[in-house]
Design a binder for this molecule. Structure first.
Ligand SMILES: Cc1cc2nc3c(=O)[nH]c(=O)nc-3n(C[C@H](O)[C@H](O)[C@H](O)COP(=O)(O)OP(=O)(O)OC[C@H]3O[C@@H](n4cnc5c(N)ncnc54)[C@H](O)[C@@H]3O)c2cc1C
Length: 458
């Protein structure tokens, strides 16, 4: 008998995603173009009395500075985990946009004073009180440089992820306040009228978004985060633990197989930090969620200390790494490295529950057999899913019955021989492995529009 499935209204069709994504990009462009018109439509005296190339330098400098300010607004929006945006683009992609946008801001912030100074033939402003907005701008530049540099080269500065995140979130508030003061006082254009309203509205919305983020962080029980209680913690493989959680109020949120969520435990034994994990259970299971967590660093190293009865706040679901995102019954190839199996397991569990008998191949690479989580369940899945095949790859040592060594081109070509090139290919594992595998599968004929990757890194 088929199990009850999930709420498919959670999934936008590709057409709807394109339409909504296109609308978002259009709105972004409108906001940017509006910003670019300001130095033309509302010329400050400093632009008015400049001519030729100096006028162009000054105007471009102002456009670059204003664009950077608007991009900072988008940074906050992109970091706000807005569910609608996740359903259109996926949160992983949104965080990628956030990183790229950060780099664009850094470049614009650097070019902004260079162009302004070029308009003055590089004459440095005298150190006088009336130039305080300009010097404030220099301070702002330093804050932006620190934010971007520590975000991109965190390890070089010796920051652990959680410390860096706190610094990053803390730095944003003074940055936004200084941007507002700098813009309002540095140029006559923003002393009154529409440009002033424009800047104040954008900053106001930005600050509201930040207040929303703080509210979510400090009052998780009162916000959209769901409250759960741990019902089981079990060792399921080398350095891996399955953590089952049940909703406090019995109401489980809807999700699709392969999605992830941010979990924050309230426990005497594990720090109250928020970390993302795939929901490894299937949406057709309606009483609990399961996360499978590999001890990997500081925080995950303490995961075995969680106790049955501890509370957990969960923010989710997020992501679009799922076979249900696009329709059709095409064969599926899953290529997982180590704990990258969790989204695949969620999809397989769902397909078994829904009696989905399409052709599936799982290629799963682990260091040794000890690292294989739930070996019994995978054996069982082969009985439930008639066209399901597993190829275990062991990268360290030699064990009978399985493939050995790394997943290189020759091996993938051999293992995927005869598999339809229109199959959907799902890849999840360590970054370098994903990069190489995705390059190879595309090279050997799989369409890049059907290759889906999930990085365990936001
Ligand atoms: C979408 C997604 C799904 C994931 N699913 C699983 C899963 O099913 N099972 C599993 O074992 N692991 C999963 N991870 C990885 C897991 O989130 C990290 O291993 C864990 O957060 C590491 O924390 P740590 O302090 O122990 O390690 P650290 O050594 O401190 O961090 C290792 C790396 O993990 C990332 N990280 C650390 N803390 C955070 C945080 N608070 N928020 C976001 N990223 C952080 C950083 O990239 C960091 O460089 C997933 C990650 C993502 C992004």
């Amino acid at each position: 008998m088929k199990a009850k499935g999930m709420n498919l209204s959670l999934v936008f069709t590709l057409r709807k995603r394109f339409a909504l994504g296109g609308t978002c990009i259009f709105l972004v462009l409108i906001l940017l173009v509006t910003t670019w018109t300001i130095p033309f439509l509302f010329e400050s005296p400093s632009i008015l009395y400049k001519f030729g190339i100096h006028k162009t330098y000054l105007r471009s400098g102002k456009i670059f500075g204003l664009t950077a300010a608007v991009l900072v607004f988008f940074q906050v929006l992109l970091a706000s985990r807005i569910k609608l945006l996740d359903r259109i683009f996926s949160l992983n992609r949104i965080y990628f946009f956030h990183r790229v946008n950060g780099i664009a801001i850094a470049i614009l912030v650097l070019l902004h004073p260079i162009l302004i100074l070029a308009a003055e033939n590089f004459a440095i402003f005298p150190f006088e009180v009336r130039y305080w907005p300009e010097f404030l701008g220099v301070g702002l530049m330093v804050i932006m440089a620190v934010l971007v540099a520590t975000a991109n080269w965190r390890l070089l500065f010796g920051f652990a992820y959680d410390k860096w995140l706190r610094l990053h979130r803390l730095g944003v508030v003074p940055a936004i306040a200084l941007i507002l003061i700098h813009i309002l006082f540095v140029s006559e254009t923003f002393k009154s009228g529409l440009p002033r309203v424009f800047v104040c509205v954008i900053t106001g919305v930005n600050l509201l978004l930040i207040l929303r983020l703080w509210y979510y962080r400090f009052f998780p029980g009162k916000t959209g985060k769901s409250s759960f209680v741990i019902s089981a913690v079990e060792r399921v493989g080398r350095d891996a633990y399955a953590v089952d959680v049940k909703p406090h109020d019995g109401q489980l949120f809807s999700y699709i197989p392969g999605q992830f969520a941010f979990i924050t435990p309230i426990s005497a034994n594990v720090p109250k930090e928020e970390h993302p994990f795939t929901i490894a259970s299937t949406p057709s299971r309606h009483d609990a969620l399961q996360f499978i967590i590999r001890t990997h660093g500081d925080w995950t190293g303490k995961i075995h200390r969680l106790q049955v009865g501890d509370s957990v706040f969960i923010d989710g679901p997020y992501g679009l790494f799922s076979h249900v995102v696009s329709l059709g019954n095409d064969p599926i190839i899953m290529i997982a490295g180590g704990i990258g199996i969790t989204p695949m397991l969620s999809m397989l569990r769902y397909m078994a529950n829904m009696d989905d008998q399409r052709k599936i191949l799982l290629i799963w690479s682990n260091k040794t057999k000890e690292y294989i989580v739930f070996p019994e369940e995978f054996r069982n899945l082969k009985y439930l899913l008639k066209n399901f095949k597993i190829i275990n790859i062991i990268t360290r040592g030699h064990e009978d019955g399985d493939e050995q060594g790394r997943l290189d081109q020759a091996k993938l070509e051999r293992l995927l021989k005869g598999f339809s090139r229109t199959s959907k290919v799902f890849i999840c594992g360590p970054f370098e492995m994903m990069k190489e595998v995705s390059r190879v599968v595309k090279k050997i004929g799989f369409s890049s529009t059907r290759v889906y990757k999930e990085a365990f890194k936001l």
